[in-house]
Design a protein around this ligand. Structure first.
Ligand code: DX5
Ligand code: ZN
Length: 230
């Protein structure tokens, strides 16, 4: 499934950041088998967020597998000056980049730059950023990512105030722009996020920090199951 196809359904996106990197291919394969269509790839530069995470070199090793499974790699760039990395992400096989509203001045220019590499494009907003700012900046984007934690690492609790922000985003954005939520999504918070209008749900620890990530994924997917949107 390419970027434009998968964004028409409600998707649970396993966040690779929470995976066991000594068994990454095996874990992702079992999730693809369980039905995962989109994998969330968290790149952190140690500046925009304190943590240094994974980058294009890891994406290049898993993208061929992800694509062979008919899935896509959705790259969340928690980095300063994200536009410097679009080409490397595209070359590594990333299908989309989501950069932070807070990290860019010229949002339209950055979106156009990402598009020039054939990438899907999303804008992410941190919990402290006004929803209106993201709606304004997201013109021409495919999705807006509402962070329900302060970005940095997996395993943090869902911030309940994110639910109203998701609702506000859903109401303010054109229907073809997806609302993604990232942070603390689990069996219970997923329902709140979905009910508020999110249709791309990133889940890290709720999937990978279990003794059966595939089963955990299936449970989350069942919690949000709804017919593909036309
Ligand atoms: C954190 C990342 C998230 C995180 C999600 O900075 O952007 O994608 O890995 O992990 P959970 O679902 O455990 O909050
Ligand atoms: Zn993320």
């Amino acid at each position: 499934m390419g970027w434009s196809e998968w964004a028409r359904t409600v998707e649970v996106e396993p966040s690779i950041y929470a995976a066991d990197f000594s068994r990454l291919g095996e874990q992702l394969g079992s999730l693809a088998e369980a039905g995962a269509k989109v994998f969330h790839f968290d790149a952190g530069d140690g500046h925009f967020i304190p943590e240094i995470t994974i980058g294009p070199i890891v994406a290049a090793s898993i993208a061929p597998l992800v694509h062979a499974w008919g899935a896509t790699l959705d790259c969340h760039l928690m980095v300063e000056r994200p536009e410097r990395h679009f080409e490397a992400v595209a070359r590594a096989g990333g299908d989309s980049v989501t950069f932070h509203v807070e990290a860019v001045e010229d949002h339209l220019g950055a979106i156009a730059h990402a598009r020039s590499f054939g990438l899907g494009v999303g804008l992410a907003l941190n919990p402290g950023t006004a929803v209106e700012e993201a709606v304004k900046a997201a013109e021409g984007a495919d999705l807006v990512l509402c962070m329900s934690i302060h970005p940095g690492y997996s395993g943090q609790p869902y911030m309940p105030e994110a639910t109203e922000r998701i609702r506000a985003l859903r109401e303010a954005l054109p229907p073809d722009v997806r609302v993604q939520v990232d942070g603390g999504i689990n069996g219970s918070t997923i329902r709140d996020a979905c009910a508020a209008g999110a249709d791309l749900l990133v889940a890290g620890s709720a999937v990978f920090w279990t003794n059966d990530p595939a089963a955990a994924y299936r449970d989350l997917a069942a919690a949000v199951a709804e017919p593909a949107r036309g």
